[in-house]
Write a protein that binds this ligand. Structure first.
Ligand code: SF4
Ligand code: SF4
Length: 709
């Protein structure tokens, strides 16, 4: 056997064996996870679509233009360059080898050289990005802070090695036997190198061709090993992870994890995740898929305001814990009958506080920015809530101030503990009757108006629900309320990890709604909207649920609500996380603002999918925020920076948080925080002025606003 074949095969066999062993080990480890309900979906069309858009189309990455394009060409470059790998191994055995059918096509030569060049350009871009964002200079502001940057540089070097040796051996081939090189000038990059090497003569070029060919094979083989032991595992894991992700478009409901059926609790039941083995196999797949790119970290409101939570570092720490605990997990699972000795296994280590600090866990607002940005569809929020569930339900360990909120929901049906008797007080200022459902919703009433705890009980939020009620009444939309029978949907209990209380609340509400014959619900609070729409179905509550922003959009488009000229000014719209990212309602509120003749909409830099949280979600509304700066201040400063005189939103919690921060900045005389309904209503007030205080005072003083047709 010629020496070159022996060297090429030996390197390949060793590297493939090492990498294969590692992949087998990872596969066994991931399969030790708990079952992941709903993840082995049979919906092949949806899986195919996710693969086409997320993996092949790089949809998420392309939102970040320059790095997105660089990654797009690198990913496709590597796919196309698979042809060159086949050619390299063919060449090893027969220097005249070409892929049957297409191997001599000049088009193939052009495509290969085009992508090889594109990958080299992309490497330059990645290098510039890494230097510009070096954690050593930018510290927490760098998205690479905490990532394994050395491994990233080695990866760039290896990719450079693969592409450069490819072009060099092809260039040397041209110098050795130009007539046998099939692509002519179409392989433009190879030709440039070939021209440079031509002066060395065919003999030297022949040696170089063999040397660079073997180097190319060696670097590709070594890269395979390096990938299997580094964050670049994502090259192989990302398509799998995307295929099993259940939320390619919107976050919606929290995941259904094992043991969350409160009707079938046994003494072995473990709620949530306290040890690494309590995660599902899909969550373990998440952990090994992370590329450490830091896109999640750079958009996280907790991280951006100085909290210890970085979704990236959390995933990395969970992965490290999983690898450290692997001998024990594999021994316990005895996957494929290859049990490792238990005596050599590490002791189980509770995740909190050893791997995840409590402040990391409780800093999350469940805003979903991390999930939205993650290019490989990792689902951080489910992991966070699973760890919270364990802390709350198994350890009774959670921020003490949140305990009051949970007790209030349990005893009074609302987070403030104000009680059911106050739930109709908000209707007192209206000049029409709002029917309260006694036994059954009347046949001639279309919607059950789900007011929500904040809307019913908080002074500022009451203005929002009153404005919405007046607009619906004006538009001829019939609605009724549950009044004292309405109780908290359970959203804050679920987000903080008290799944038991959430299910109790949900079941009671479903019984009430079904008993009243409710079919259609309009909600003003995005948290209620999300829970009623996306989470109640899993417990048997199936209703048609709309948010008032969607209904207003419909009514404006149908001509049933006609915004007037009562408001003149500049508006910036803040996307509530649970309306926007979690439910993709981005356009409707903007259409409504756009229909107000005097309103000029200015967007904040972080808007729509990238909207920045107000800080209230994930039950953070009821927890102290003593670390770093306040999330609502960060967001409000951005809103104030637009110069708008109204910050509009469509969520009572966002309204409260933003209004607090406007006041804390001493800007309450210049800037108002208004719900979409209030803004529309104000525009319809006859005789309103463009002085921002005029219409506000006018609207507040009128019990029966005069509305334009
Ligand atoms: S959900 Fe929001 S706050 Fe929580 S980790 Fe993700 S980005 Fe950060
Ligand atoms: S979790 Fe996703 S976005 Fe965050 S670092 Fe990992 S791959 Fe990047």
């Amino acid at each position: 056997m010629p020496v070159r074949i022996a060297i090429g095969l030996a390197v390949t066999v060793v590297c493939v064996a090492v990498a294969g062993r590692r992949f087998h080990w990872i596969s066994k480890l991931v399969r030790t996870g708990r079952t992941a309900p709903g993840r082995t979906r049979t919906d092949l069309a949806a899986r195919a679509e996710a693969e086409v858009t997320e993996v092949a189309g790089q949809r998420k990455l392309l939102k970040w233009k320059v790095p997105g394009l660089a990654h797009f060409f690198t990913m496709w470059g590597f796919t196309i360059l698979l042809f060159t790998i086949v050619e390299a191994y063919g060449d090893l055995f027969d220097p005249t080898f070409h892929i049957p059918g297409i191997g001599t096509s000049p088009v193939l030569g052009f495509i290969e050289d085009f992508f090889a060049t594109a990958v080299l350009v992309a490497l330059g871009v990645f290098t510039a990005i890494r230097i510009k964002n070096a954690p050593s200079r930018r510290e927490r502001a760098s998205r690479f802070y905490g990532s394994h940057t050395d491994a990233a540089w080695i990866t760039l070097l290896l990719i450079f090695g693969v592409v450069s040796t490819l072009l060099l051996y092809r260039g040397a081939q041209i110098g050795t036997r130009p007539r046998q090189f099939p692509y002519g000038n179409w392989a433009f990059a190879s030709h440039v190198i070939g021209a440079g090497l031509a002066g060395l003569g065919p003999r030297v070029d022949g040696v170089l061709a063999t040397t660079f060919l073997l180097l190319n094979i060696a670097i590709i083989s070594g890269f395979l090993v390096f990938v299997s032991y580094s964050k670049h595992l994502h090259i192989f894991m990302a398509p799998l992870n995307v295929a099993f992700s259940r939320r390619p478009r919107a976050l919606g409901a929290l995941d259904k994890t094992p043991d969350m059926d409160m009707e079938n609790v046994t003494e072995d039941t473990v709620f949530g995740a306290g040890l690494i083995e309590h995660f599902t196999w899909k969550q373990m797949l998440d952990f090994v898929t992370c590329t450490e790119c830091g896109r999640c970290q750079s958009v996280c409101p907790a991280w951006n305001t100085g909290k210890p939570l970085s979704p990236k570092l959390m995933i990395m720490n969970l992965r490290d814990n999983m690898f450290a605990q692997a001998p024990r997990l594999l021994a316990a699972a005895s996957v494929d009958g290859e049990a490792t000795s238990v005596s050599t296994s590490p002791e189980p280590q509770t995740l909190v506080p050893f791997t995840i600090e409590p402040d990391v866990l409780w800093s999350c607002t469940t805003c979903g920015s991390c999930v939205e940005q993650c290019p490989v569809d990792i689902e951080h929020v489910d992991a966070i809530v699973d760890m919270r569930r364990y802390q709350v339900l198994m350890e009774s360990s959670f921020p003490s101030e949140a305990g009051l909120m949970l007790r209030n929901i349990e005893n009074q049906g609302d987070p403030w503990g104000l009680g059911a008797s106050k739930r109709t007080e908000w209707t007192n200022g209206l000049d029409f009757e709002v029917p309260v459902v006694a036994d059954a919703i009347p046949d001639d009433v279309e919607y059950l108006y789900w007011v929500g705890c904040a809307g019913a009980l908080d002074e500022r939020a009451r203005k929002q629900v009153q404005a919405t009620a007046r607009l619906l009444h004006r538009a001829g939309v019939s609605f009724a309320i549950l009044g004292p029978k309405e109780s908290c949907t359970g959203d804050p209990a679920r987000r903080i990890g008290n799944e038991y209380l959430f299910q109790e609340q949900a079941k009671a509400n479903i019984t009430t709604l079904e008993g009243a014959g409710v079919k259609k619900i309009v909600a003003t609070c995005p948290h209620c909207f999300n829970t009623l729409k996306n989470e109640y179905p899993a417990l048997g509550g199936n209703f048609e649920v709309v948010h008032h922003a969607e209904l207003l959009d419909y009514l404006v488009n149908a001509g049933k609500i006609v915004p007037g000229t009562g408001y003149r000014g500049t508006v910036t719209y803040h996307d509530p996380c649970y309306l926007g990212r979690h439910n993709r309602v981005f356009d409707e509120p903007r259409t409504v603002i756009g229909a107000i003749p005097g309103a000029k909409n200015v967007e904040m830099r972080r808007c729509r999918e990238r909207g920045f949280c107000c800080g209230a979600g994930g039950a953070r509304m009821w927890m102290e925020e003593s670390i770093g700066t306040r999330v609502n201040m960060d967001r409000t400063l951005e809103a104030l920076g637009t110069g708008a005189d109204v910050v509009s939103t469509a969520c009572p919690y966002c309204m409260i948080m933003l209004d607090d921060a406007v006041r804390a900045n001493g800007k309450e005389d210049e800037v108002r925080v208004l719900d979409l309904s209030q803004l529309v209503e104000e525009s319809m007030v006859v005789g309103a002025t463009s002085d921002h205080r005029g219409p506000a005072v006018a609207a507040a003083e009128r019990t029966s606003p005069v509305l334009e047709d």
